[in-house]
Ligand binder design. Structure first.
Ligand code: C5P
Length: 194
């Protein structure tokens, strides 16, 4: 039986870094589901058609990590038909052998409610803005406003809003190093039987 780990949380909380490290430590596959929405937003045109026709090459574009791509992703992610078009791919990925780690906003609540382990990763707004500003070499105040706008839209939308699953383990990384956060996640995975 494959083992699925669902990791959700707001932008720049550290969930992507934790998901990648966890997958590597356990020998699992990793899917950054935010990339799917970023690619749909970046393709332009009709977002529903873009989501239905999404191809692996679309995820390899080098302009998907920008703040603009994040905003475009968050707008198309509020469209129910866009989300519906991406469900099967994510659920198939989640059953990869020997296991899979998926990170996003609705993995524990909608995509994989049966996941063997669910983590909800957070950090304070200031810490998240500082991390993202360093990563993108951008102004921290501008980034803070961008993150807050995106989080508010992601949490308020009608379909699959960003929120922790009831049985998710909360991991606040505000005062943790990457190593500490990853060690906590690996320990939780081991406890859950990975
Ligand atoms: O995680 P990342 O910042 O790359 O996600 C970009 C945007 O994609 C998010 O702000 C959110 O609107 C959307 N998203 C989502 N559901 C997911 C993953 C990402 O709605 N599972």
């Amino acid at each position: 039986m494959p083992f699925t780990i669902a990791i959700d949380g707001p932008a720049a909380s550290g969930k992507g870094t934790i998901a990648r490290a966890l997958a590597q430590a356990l020998g699992f596959q990793h899917l950054d589901t935010g990339l799917l929405y970023r690619a749909v937003g970046a393709l332009g045109g009709d977002p529903v058609a873009a989501a239905r026709g999404l191809a692996p090459g679309d995820l390899a574009r080098d302009d998907l990590r920008t703040a603009e791509a994040g905003q475009a992703a968050s707008r198309v992610a509020a469209i129910p038909e866009v989300r519906a078009a991406l469900v099967d791919f994510q659920r198939r990925f989640a059953r990869a052998e020997p296991g899979a780690v998926l990170d996003g906003r609705d993995i524990g609540t909608v995509i994989c409610p049966e996941a063997e382990l669910k983590l909800y990763v957070t950090a304070s707004d200031d810490v998240r803005a500082r991390r993202r500003a360093l990563e993108l070499q951008a102004d921290e105040t501008t980034i803070l406003a961008e993150l807050r706008e995106r989080d508010a839209r992601d949490a308020a939308r009608d379909v699959a809003p960003m929120r922790p699953a009831e049985d998710a383990l909360l991991l606040d990384t505000s005062d943790m190093s990457i190593e500490q956060a990853v060690a906590r996640a690996i320990a939780a995975a081991r406890r859950a039987g990975a």
